[in-house]
Design a protein around this ligand. Structure first.
Ligand code: ADP
Ligand code: MG
Length: 722
C-alpha cells in the first residue's frame, strides 16, 4: 500500500489543548435527568411519588407522568434538545431509537414544544423490522416501548443533534419481551425474591431488597480510521478476514499496562469526559495485552443500569473515536494470531443496606451467609453451565471460546486455594485445623477474610471468584451484558430457592448445623465444576470430559442449550422468558450466526476476487517479464530458480481461484437449507472452515508479494502505527 503520513492528528491535539478542565464532580451526570435535577424541577409531591414508584417498581399515575414529562421536556429544551426518543435494546444486540420532535401545532402554522405523560411512558416504534424469532408471526403483535423508570433519562449529543433519550423496554402487545432489557428486569426481580427469602430464613431482619450488581470490563482495539476505511472486512464484519501475521506481535509483552500513546490517551480522556456527563462512572483505562488493544472499566452499578451504561459506552466509544480519526473495534477477534477482546462481567448480589452477599465476613454469621450464597452460585453454574455458555455464544466469540485462547468453552469455576480447601474440608466433615495461618478453625464456622491476592490468580478461568464477586470472563467484547447477567440472576435465583426449600424442610432449630449439612450435600454435586488449574491445557479438556462438563466449541452447538426441557422449565418457572420467548431467542441467534458467516464469506470472496487477485496477476506478470528480460543474460539455473518462484505464485493464484469457487458454492448450499439449526451447523462446518483454509493461502501470498501492490493495509500498519 502507498502510505501517507497522517497529519490530522497533530492539529487535533493543538485544538484540544485549550479546553477548560473542570473537576469531574462538577459535571458528572449533567446530561442525565438525575435525582438532583428531578428534585429541583419537580413539585415536591410529584418528586416523592416518582421516587416511590421507582423504588417499588409500581406504575406511575397519569397526573404524575404528565408532571414528570413536562419537567423533563423543560430541562431537555433548556439544554438544547429538540427531539425525544424511546431508547431500547432489540434483539439485534444494538440499541434502537426513533426520534420525535417536541412540536405540536397551536393555531395556524404556529407550534409549541409539548411532551405528555403518555408520550413519556409509552412509545410505538414500527416494530416490524426488528427480529422477533417468530413471536410476531405467532401473535401478530405490534410492539411498544415502555419507560424503564429505574434507568435515568439522558441527553444524547450526536454531532449537532441533541436528543432526550428515555430508556425503555420493548414489548409486544400481547406482552412478549422483544428486547434484552425486559428479561433482565424480570431476572432482577427473581433473584431479589429468592435471596430475600433465604436471608429472612437465616435471620436477616434489616434488608428489604437484594440487587444484582455488574461491573463490565470492556476490552477493545483502536486503529487509525484511514486504515479501517481501506479494509472492507473491518467495515462490514468488524474483523480482518485475511492478513498475514506481522513480524512482531504481542510476544515482547510490552503493551500490557504500558505507557499509553498520546493520541490514544487523548481519545480515552475525551471518552471519559463524555461518559461522566452521561453519569457513567468510568474508572480505569489501560493498555491491554495485544498491540492496539485497550480496556476501560466503570465502577459497578445495579445490573440494569450497568447494562444500559455498557450499551451507551460502546456507542460513545465509537463516536468519540471518529472525532480522533480512530476506529474503535469491539469485535471479539479483529486480528488473528493475537489476543481477542472480551468483556469480563463482574457480578455480585447485595442488599439495600449494604451487605455484599458474596463477601466473606468477619463474623461466623456473616461467613455462613457467604458460604450459603457461594454454594448457590456454584450449584447454579454447575447445573446450568450449558445455558451460561449459550448466553455468550455468537459468531465473534467463537474465535475466543473454544479456540486456543482464554477462556475455553468449558464453563468451570476458579475459587482459589483457600476457598477450595475450605469447601473440601466442609465436604469431608472435618473442621479445618490451622494448617494455614490464615485459616481459622471451621468448627467455629468462621472463615478468614479472603484477600484479593488469594483469589484472582487464575487468568485462564471463564468464571472466577475474585474476593467478593464473580468474574464471568467468557462474555464477548461486542456483546450486550444483559443476557449473560439475566442468566446469572436467574440460575442463582433458582439455586437459592432450592437451598431455602432444604432449610425449611430440615427446620431451623439448629440453623448452623442444618446449613453445613446442606452445603456438604451440595458440594458433592457441584464439585466437578471447580477447577483451579490451567484452563488452556489439553489435560483439562480431557479431565473436563471425564467430569461430564459440557464443552460446546461453536455457537450452533452451544445454542442448543436454549432448546432443552431444562431451560424451558427454568426460564418459565421464574417468568423470565416464556417458552415462546425463549424459542424466539434460540432462532434469532441461530439465524444471526448464519447471516454473519454468510456476510463474512461474501466479504472475503469480494476482497480476494476484486482486490487481491488482480494485484497478484500484476505481480505474476512482473515476474514473468523480469524472467524474460534476464533469460540468456544470466545462467540457466538462476533463471530456473526464478521460474520456480513464478510457479509458486501462479499455483497460489490457481488454488485461491478454485477455493473461491468452492467457497461460493458452499455458501449457496448453506443458504438454501430451511432448518435454522442445520443451516447454522453447515455454515459452521462447511463455509467457515473453507474460509479459514483459504485465508492461509491468501496470507502466504501477502508475505511474498510486492508490498507496493498489496491493495490494503497490513497487520503491522494497523496494529503499530497509531
Ligand atoms: P480487576 O478485576 O481488573 O482486578 P477490579 O476487581 O477492581 O479489577 O474490578 C473490576 C470490575 O469489577 C470493576 O468494574 C468494579 O467496579 C467491579 N466490581 C468490584 N466489586 C464488585 C462487586 N461487588 N460486584 C460487581 N462488580 C464489582
Ligand atoms: Mg477483573
Amino acid at each position: 500500500m502507498k502510505r501517507e503520513v497522517n497529519t490530522k492528528v497533530r492539529r487535533l491535539f493543538l485544538e484540544d489543548d485549550d479546553k477548560d478542565r473542570r473537576p469531574i464532580s462538577t459535571f458528572f451526570g449533567e446530561y442525565t435527568f438525575n435525582r438532583k435535577v428531578m428534585e429541583a424541577k419537580l413539585p415536591r409531591s410529584v418528586y416523592l411519588k416518582l421516587l416511590s414508584c421507582i423504588e417499588e417498581n409500581s406504575k406511575l399515575d397519569i397526573d404524575t407522568a404528565n408532571a414528570v414529562a413536562h419537567a423533563m421536556k423543560e430541562w431537555a429544551i433548556e439544554n438544547g434538545a429538540t427531539h425525544f426518543a424511546h431508547w431500547f435494546q432489540p434483539l439485534t444486540g444494538a440499541t434502537a431509537e426513533k426520534h420525535d420532535s417536541f412540536i405540536e401545532f397551536v393555531g395556524h402554522a404556529e407550534v409549541i414544544e409539548r411532551f405528555s405523560g403518555s408520550q413519556l411512558v409509552q412509545g410505538e416504534p414500527d416494530a416490524s423490522s426488528f427480529p422477533s424469532g417468530g413471536i410476531r408471526a405467532t401473535f401478530e403483535a405490534r410492539g411498544y416501548t415502555a419507560w424503564d423508570m429505574s434507568s435515568p433519562a439522558f441527553l444524547r449529543k450526536n454531532g449537532s443533534a441533541i436528543t432526550l433519550c428515555i430508556p425503555s423496554a420493548f414489548i409486544s402487545y400481547t406482552g412478549e419481551a422483544l428486547d434484552k432489557k425486559t428479561p433482565l428486569l424480570r431476572s432482577i426481580r427473581a433473584v431479589n425474591h429468592s435471596a430475600m427469602r433465604l436471608l429472612k430464613l437465616i435471620g436477616n431482619t434489616t434488608s428489604k431488597k437484594v440487587f444484582a450488581n455488574c461491573g463490565p470490563e470492556q476490552e477493545y482495539f483502536c486503529i487509525d480510521r484511514e486504515y479501517f476505511l481501506h479494509r472492507q472486512d473491518l467495515v462490514l464484519t468488524g474483523r480482518t478476514l485475511l492478513g498475514a501475521a506481522p513480524a512482531k506481535g504481542q510476544e515482547l509483552e510490552d503493551q500490557y499496562f504500558g505507557n499509553i500513546k498520546e493520541r490514544i490517551q487523548s481519545f480515552m480522556h475525551e471518552l471519559d469526559e463524555e461518559l461522566f456527563k452521561l453519569g457513567i462512572p468510568a474508572k480505569t483505562r489501560h493498555n491491554e495485552v495485544a498491540p492496539a488493544q485497550f480496556e476501560i472499566a466503570p465502577i459497578f452499578e445495579e445490573a440494569n443500569i450497568a447494562a444500559d451504561h455498557n450499551q451507551l459506552l460502546m456507542d460513545t466509544m465509537k463516536n468519540v473515536g471518529r472525532r480522533h480519526n480512530l476506529a474503535v473495534l469491539l469485535h471479539e477477534k479483529p486480528f488473528s494470531g493475537i489476543n481477542g477482546s472480551g468483556k469480563h462481567l463482574n457480578w455480585s448480589i447485595g442488599t439495600d443496606d449494604g451487605i455484599n452477599l458474596l463477601n466473606p465476613g468477619k463474623t461466623p454469621t456473616e461467613n455462613i451467609q457467604f458460604l450459603l450464597f457461594l454454594t448457590a452460585v456454584l450449584k447454579a453454574v454447575h447445573r446450568h453451565a450449558d445455558i451460561l455458555r449459550a448466553s455468550v455464544a455468537h459468531s465473534g466469540n467463537d474465535h475466543r471460546l473454544g479456540a486456543n485462547e482464554a477462556p475455553p468453552a468449558i464453563i468451570s469455576v476458579f475459587l482459589g486455594d483457600q476457598l477450595s480447601a475450605i469447601l473440601e474440608s466442609i465436604e469431608k466433615g472435618e473442621s479445618i485445623k490451622a494448617t494455614d495461618a490464615a485459616i481459622i478453625d471451621l468448627g467455629l464456622s468462621s472463615l478468614p477474610l479472603l484477600s484479593k491476592d488469594n483469589t484472582d490468580r487464575n487468568r485462564t478461568s471463564p468464571f472466577a471468584f475474585t474476593g467478593n464477586k464473580f468474574e464471568f470472563r467468557a462474555v464477548g467484547a461486542s456483546q450486550s451484558i444483559s443476557f449473560p447477567a439475566t442468566v446469572l440472576n436467574l440460575i442463582v435465583a433458582e439455586s437459592i430457592d432450592e437451598l431455602a426449600d432444604k432449610i425449611e424442610k430440615k427446620g431451623t432449630s439448629d440453623l448452623r448445623k442444618t446449613i453445613f449439612e446442606i452445603i456438604r450435600e451440595e458440594i458433592k454435586e457441584f464439585k466437578p465444576v471447580i477447577f483451579g488449574g490451567d484452563n488452556y491445557s489439553e489435560e483439562w479438556h480431557k479431565e473436563a470430559e471425564k467430569r461430564g462438563l459440557p464443552n460446546y466449541k461453536t455457537t450452533p452447538e452451544a445454542l442448543k442449550a436454549y432448546n432443552t426441557e431444562k431451560a424451558k422449565k427454568l426460564f418459565d418457572k421464574y417468568k423470565v422468558l416464556s417458552e415462546v420467548e425463549l424459542a424466539s431467542r434460540y432462532h434469532i441467534h441461530l439465524e444471526k450466526y448464519s447471516k454473519n458467516i454468510d456476510i463474512e464469506s461474501n466479504a472475503f470472496y469480494n476482497m480476494v476476487s476484486s482486490q487481491i487477485l488482480p494485484a497478484a496477476y500484476i505481480f505474476q506478470g512482473n515476474i514473468a517479464s523480469s524472467i524474460n528480460q534476464i533469460s540468456g543474460l544470466v545462467s540457466d539455473n538462476i533463471v530456473d530458480s526464478q521460474r520456480i518462484f513464478l510457479e509458486k505464485i501462479s499455483s497460489l493464484i490457481v488454488h485461491i481461484q478454485s477455493g473461491l469457487a468452492d467457497l461460493k458454492s458452499r455458501a449457496e448450499a448453506a443458504k438454501r437449507i430451511e432448518d435454522e439449526q442445520e443451516k447454522a451447523d453447515v455454515y459452521c462446518a462447511s463455509v467457515k472452515t473453507k474460509m479459514d483454509e483459504l485465508r492461509k493461502l491468501v496470507d502466504e501470498l501477502e508475505t511474498i508479494m510486492d508490498d507496493e501492490l498489496w491493495p490494503m493495509p497490513k497487520y503491522w500498519e494497523m496494529l503499530f502505527i497509531l
